[in-house]
Ligand binder design. Structure first.
Ligand code: SD4
Length: 319
């Protein structure tokens, strides 16, 4: 069997073991910056990121600045300010960031700070740790000059009060309801990759719940030799399959960005016994500038800024 065929056999879940050694040779995409982000809010984020990339800025600066747009947007009820709260009415935020040198920073269960992505970057750059959570993360943010503010907007409070009135002990986290994390992956003029992921997590989650988004290798992962990947959707499914790391590792083993995203989605479906009503979407950016995307359900969209065009794309579901 030819190598590529062998890979494909694995990707559709046939019984063949995948024994692929070594890295594939990847041509590095240079002087052609790219940014790919999840969902509609990826469009304004990409605009800001691309301006930085176009001026020879780093992929790291680009992704941070891009996702900050979504974090600051009070209308956006799934990221930063205005994020939907947990079951007790607290807005708790998760974020992670990774640069092209393999450095990583993350915050989980962070309250009252509008820009968790920038706190995650501070954790990466100013400490020997990768992740800070809860009160410690807040204390760290405040001591680094971040401002404490109320993130629960009127609209999000209203939605939460209605949810409570319904007496819903469990939420029905359907395909695209109540979750639209932003994950951004960028490649700069030097061909270097970085990624950022930030969210208020699942709406009305149990207090203390942390999702995939701040977990390096689950919500997002960057390997500058190979590519980057990021997730959106039901974080529990992503965490249980180390989703973003899996996508990147599959690319290292020879899968294209698209094949890798499909296989990671397929892996979730197999782990869930063949079907699920929940949604997960992946995006990937390979070192050669090619992109991949896949989702369990229909409805997932990604924004791609490439070759001077910033455009929203619909993803066909795997079913
Ligand atoms: C989470 N993955 O907290 C996040 C939610 C999300 O699109 O991605 N929404 O599980």
């Amino acid at each position: 069997m030819k190598r590529r065929n062998f890979i494909k056999a694995g990707a559709v879940g046939l019984a063949s073991p995948i024994l692929l050694a070594g890295k594939k040779k990847i041509k590095v995409n240079k002087n052609n910056p790219i940014v790919i982000s999840t969902w509609l809010h990826g469009i304004p984020a990409n605009e800001v990121s691309f301006k930085i990339l176009n001026k020879n800025g780093s992929a790291l600066d680009a992704v941070e600045a891009g996702v900050r747009i979504a974090e600051a947007d009070a209308e956006n009820q799934s990221v930063g300010l205005g994020g939907r709260p947990d079951s007790e009415g607290n807005v708790t935020l998760d974020a992670c960031i990774m640069d092209s040198n393999g450095n990583a920073g993350a915050v989980g269960f962070l309250e009252n700070i509008k820009h968790p992505i920038s706190v995650a970057r501070k954790v990466m750059e100013e400490t020997d740790h990768v992740m800070l959570a809860g009160k410690g993360a807040l204390k760290f943010a405040l001591s680094n000059g971040f401002k404490s503010e109320n993130l629960l907007t009127k609209a999000s409070r209203k939605g939460w009060l209605e949810w409570k009135k319904d007496n819903r002990i469990k939420d029905s986290w359907g395909p695209n309801d109540d979750h639209d994390t932003i994950t951004s992956l960028a490649q700069d003029n030097d061909g270097n990759l970085s990624g950022a992921c930030t969210t208020s997590g699942l709406a009305y989650k149990l207090q203390g719940r942390v999702g995939d988004s701040p977990i390096i290798g689950a919500g997002m992962y960057v390997d500058n030799e190979v590519g980057a990947a990021g997730a959106t959707g039901m974080g529990e499914l992503v965490m249980k399959t180390c989703g973003s790391f899996l996508v990147v590792e599959l690319m290292r083993q020879g899968y294209s960005a698209m094949e890798a995203c499909n296989e990671a989605i397929d892996r979730i479906i197999r782990q869930e016994g063949g079907k699920t009503k929940l949604q997960v979407g992946y995006i990937a950016l390979e070192k050669d500038g090619s992109v991949g995307y896949s989702s369990i359900q229909k409805g997932f969209q990604y924004a791609l800024y490439k070759d001077g065009v910033n455009k929203l794309h619909d993803v066909k579901s795997i079913f």
